[in-house]
Design a protein around this ligand. Structure first.
Ligand code: MG
Length: 216
């Protein structure tokens, strides 16, 4: 439910979708923590049923990384595992910052800078495209890039233009500069966040079913 000011109220349930022009959607049902002109903060609890993608034979997309951006893929409903995640998406940025906790011990495991297109909103959804390259930031603030090899593979098969790759690398440098000065959202204390225990797990709507006949 969107309030009169155009933002979601805390506790609202939304769908956060990643989709590439040639890929299947990945959809995470999430609960809004905070939403205002500064950006969106939302919670993804371990155990939430999500829409992910896999090979038609059931294998993981990364089983053969050289084919990560080619070959058939199918959608599958699957629970989010291992970590509870808080996503912080500052308005207009080419990244969101994910805070990750071990879902069993509640130990804070660090930040994950997910490079992606600035969020768009549509009804109860936020829409973006994952940009393959990620940044890992440990609890001691050491950081590094993840999946540079996958970005190179993606470029080689035309998943991105060179201009798009340059944009992604520029966004990575921008986020690294924020990390270096420990700017927002890293300095905002989100690592002390605790979800409202009364929040039910948001459901993945039935319209997202297993194995659509669409190819990635
Ligand atoms: Mg990513």
């Amino acid at each position: 439910m969107v309030a009169a000011n155009g933002f979601w109220a805390p506790g609202a349930q939304i769908l956060w979708q990643y989709k590439s022009p040639r890929g299947l959607p990945w959809i995470d049902p999430m609960t809004v923590v905070q939403d205002d002109s500064n950006g969106l903060v939302a919670w993804l609890a371990a155990g939430t049923e999500t829409l992910q993608a896999q090979r038609p034979d059931g294998s993981d997309l990364r089983a053969d990384r050289s084919k990560l951006f080619s070959g058939d893929r199918v959608g599958v409903r699957r629970p989010w595992k291992d970590h509870d995640v808080l996503r912080v998406s500052p308005t207009g940025k080419r990244w969101s910052v994910w805070l990750c906790w071990d879902c069993n011990t509640r130990e804070f495991k660090g930040w994950y800078g997910n490079l992606e297109a600035p969020l768009r909103r549509d009804g109860d959804m936020v829409l973006t495209r994952d940009h393959t390259l990620d940044l890992l930031v440990a609890p001691d603030r050491r950081h590094g890039r993840k999946d540079e090899d996958e970005l190179a593979i993606a470029r080689s098969v035309g998943w991105y233009t060179q201009g798009e790759v340059d944009e992604i690398l520029d966004a990575a440098a921008e986020l690294e500069a924020v990390i270096e000065v420990w700017g927002s959202p890293f300095c905002d204390g989100w690592e002390d966040f605790k979800p409202d225990p009364s929040w039910p797990l948001p459901a993945l709507p039935n319209r997202y079913h297993d194995r659509p006949s669409e190819h990635g």
